[in-house]
Design a protein around this ligand. Structure first.
Ligand SMILES: Nc1ncnc2c1ncn2[C@@H]1O[C@H](COP(=O)(O)OP(=O)(O)OP(=O)(O)O)[C@@H](O)[C@H]1O
Ligand SMILES: [Mg+2]
Length: 234
């Protein structure tokens, strides 16, 4: 579904991603973990067209998407829930969801997707008229995920959904990701939280200093002493 091939991202002279190659197959949950500044968000931003790669190719559904404007990518089924949420604080929960689904071709599809979001997050239904900026951090994260899902994506990229959230809310996010598997969604999960990622992901790429250091199933990574010591000790 997604193939990233030798991706290079530079910010001026600084090399943020150094020949990153990875892939995500339909129905998978694939994790990318790594420390602050590893280049994780740079990978995500390149995939959705916010950052122009210096080299390499990115294919989505078999077609190269490098240089394709982000709004086209959204319509073709790619969604990014960015780091730090990115919702409309002054709008109600329901208005936020409608913004997520603005590009959908039919009113009916919008209704179906909204019902799906409310199934996934009953709390959002109860609070659909509340201003999003007044929700708790965890609730706002749910809105951000719901906005992403309202775009009717085939591939959802989440950039650090657990950031700043309490363990109980992180657990809920894990459960939501598992529920997405049942909805036939494909997920690229970017996280510093290795524990969350290893409980939900089929495969994990470990990124540090702009390079993929390891790639394996969570089970195998958890048996690798070097990975444990360097990346999974937190
Ligand atoms: N617009 C930019 N201009 C210059 N440097 C940048 C820019 N964006 C990111 N960088 C640098 O590129 C490196 C990778 O950043 P990136 O945001 O991809 O890391 P990350 O793995 O997502 O980190 P975090 O876990 O802290 O979110 C960092 O050293 C960062 O300072
Ligand atoms: Mg980041």
């Amino acid at each position: 579904m997604l193939e990233v091939d030798n991706l290079v991202v530079r910010y001026g002279p600084f090399l943020a991603c150094d020949r990153i190659s990875l892939n995500v197959r339909p129905g998978e949950i694939v994790g990318i973990i790594g420390p602050n500044g590893a280049g994780k968000s740079s990978i995500a931003r390149s995939i959705v067209g916010f950052v122009k790669p210096a080299a390499g190719d990115i294919r989505f559904l078999g077609q190269s998407i490098v240089g394709t404007p982000s709004h086209h990518l959204i319509r073709s089924g790619l969604s990014l829930v960015p780091e730090g949420r990115g919702l409309f604080a002054q709008m109600s929960v329901e208005e936020n969801l409608l913004m997520g689904g603005y590009a959908l071709p039919s009113q009916e599809r919008r209704k179906t997707l909204m019902a799906r979001c409310y199934d996934l997050f009953p709390m959002l239904k109860q609070r659909r008229r509340q201003m999003a900026g007044t929700l708790s951090g965890g609730q706002q994260q749910m809105v951000a995920v719901a906005i992403g899902l309202m775009g009717d994506p085939k591939l959802c990229i989440f950039d650090e959904p657990s950031l700043g959230l309490a363990p109980i809310v992180i657990q809920q996010i894990g459960e939501t990701l598992q529920a997405m598997r049942k909805l036939d969604l494909t997920v690229l999960l970017i996280e510093q939280n290795a524990k969350l990622t290893s409980t939900v992901a089929d495969r994990i790429y470990v990124v540090a200093a702009g390079l993929i250091q390891f790639h394996d199933t969570p089970q195998k990574l958890l048996q690798n002493p070097e990975v444990l010591e360097k990346f999974l000790s937190a």
